[in-house]
Write a protein that binds this ligand. Structure first.
Ligand SMILES: Cc1ncc(COP(=O)(O)O)c(C=O)c1O
Length: 366
């Protein structure tokens, strides 16, 4: 990704120094830097901020996804319907469970899973569907939820790109049996590295807590506790949690700016001949981590924006093109079309009114 543009594609959001540094200093010298009260406070506030039934703080979005797959019963030899149009962790964790991703095709105008393709691929070995809200645009959750229910398989929302997005009355991440968020450096919100797992069935939260901590129950003396199922070291620590707590103080303002920019682009760019904006259902409210623009000449769109100092590019390689997934390749004509036509534009809180006008002007003239 080019880094010398005056408007970068992504930017790390940090709370104001005068708020963050005293809080960090306090936790760093408190003697309690591992998982503790700051983590639990972060979980409560994150759940409240994003209307989640429960939020479990993890070391990464990848860790959250791994636990979600295990909680869904994904095991050796299983199949998980997934998308190739995502960052690699979505599908690598499926392999780590001993399962195989079965790549469904996407909607060519959104890059998100096409429910008809998902339905056609469900088989006796399917144990879960992983849906990604690519770039922050909600996928067709109603249909995917219905398919999962009909076939009694788990629906996992990989909402790594979609913090703050909504689907109808529901917060993103709450229509799946599990939802995960990434708090990695360049997402809407970061704790340095980190992730959050949410569960529809809150009564299973302790099971997930044990999976994130070796299989042990926290709060039970180490000499008395018993590991029945091996878990991982996937917990968040107090230092990351304090960064997260500070981030929560301004996260809605940042996400609102992503959304305002995204809506501005939707409105202005759809009128330019040769450009097509990403489609989503009327009930979906994207949180526009990146803006995804479609055209017949994505190279020309990129070059045009680069010429005015704006980063523009594709961001991920469709996962099935990696050799580790070679045996799982299947025809994905809509994905090919979407990917060929795709250019991501910067859309976040750092894109000011002048920048977005410059972007629209450049594309109008291009
Ligand atoms: C779609 C998607 N899923 C999962 C992840 C994993 O998140 P993390 O980097 O926090 O492990 C990422 C982040 O890169 C992602 O983009």
């Amino acid at each position: 990704m080019p880094t010398n543009h005056s408007v970068p594609m992504v930017k790390v959001a940090m709370p104001p120094r005068e708020r963050l540094m005293p809080a960090l200093e306090q936790v760093l010298y408190s003697g309690f830097v591992a998982e503790g009260e700051s983590v639990y406070e972060f979980e409560r506030r994150f759940a409240a901020a994003f209307e989640l039934p429960v939020a479990l703080a993890m070391s990464s979005g990848t860790a959250a996804l791994h636990v979600a797959l295990l909680m869904s019963g994904v095991r050796d030899g299983d199949e998980v319907i997934s998308t190739s149009m995502t960052a690699e962790p979505t599908n690598i964790v499926i392999l780590q469970c001993g399962a195989r991703p079965v790549f469904a095709d996407v909607d060519p105008l959104s890059g998100n899973l096409d429910p008809d393709s998902v339905r056609a691929l469900i088989g006796p070995r399917t144990s879960a569907i992983v849906v990604v809200h690519y770039a922050g645009y909600p996928a067709r959750l109603d249909e995917l939820r219905a398919i999962a229910d009909e076939h009694r398989v788990a629906l996992i929302e990989d909402a790594a790109h979609a913090l703050g997005a909504r689907y109808g009355d529901a917060a993103i991440g709450t229509l799946g049996d599990y939802g995960i968020f990434s708090l990695q450096a360049i997402k809407h919100m970061t704790t340095g590295d980190g992730g959050v797992l949410t569960l529809r069935d809150g009564s299973r939260a302790d099971e997930a807590r044990r999976l994130r901590w070796f299989g042990l129950s926290k709060g039970v003396p180490r000499t008395q506790v018993d590991i029945a199922t091996p878990g991982y070291k996937y917990n968040m620590n107090n230092v990351a949690a304090v960064i997260g707590l500070m981030q929560l103080e301004h996260i809605h303002a940042l996400i609102d700016r992503h959304i305002a920019n995204g809506r501005y682009f939707d409105e202005r760019l759809r009128r330019i001949p040769g450009l097509e904006v990403t489609s989503f259902e009327p009930r979906a409210r994207p949180s526009y981590w990146l803006y995804s623009l479609l055209s017949e000449d994505s190279d020309a769109v990129e070059a045009r924006l680069h010429s005015v100092g704006v980063a523009a590019s594709k961001l991920h390689k469709p996962n099935h093109l990696h050799s580790v997934f070679a045996t799982m390749r299947r025809p994905l004509p809509n994905l090919e079309s979407y990917y060929r036509r795709l250019t991501h534009l910067p859309c976040g809180w750092w894109v000011d009114d002048d920048d977005r006008e410059r972007i629209v002007d450049a594309l109008t003239r291009g």
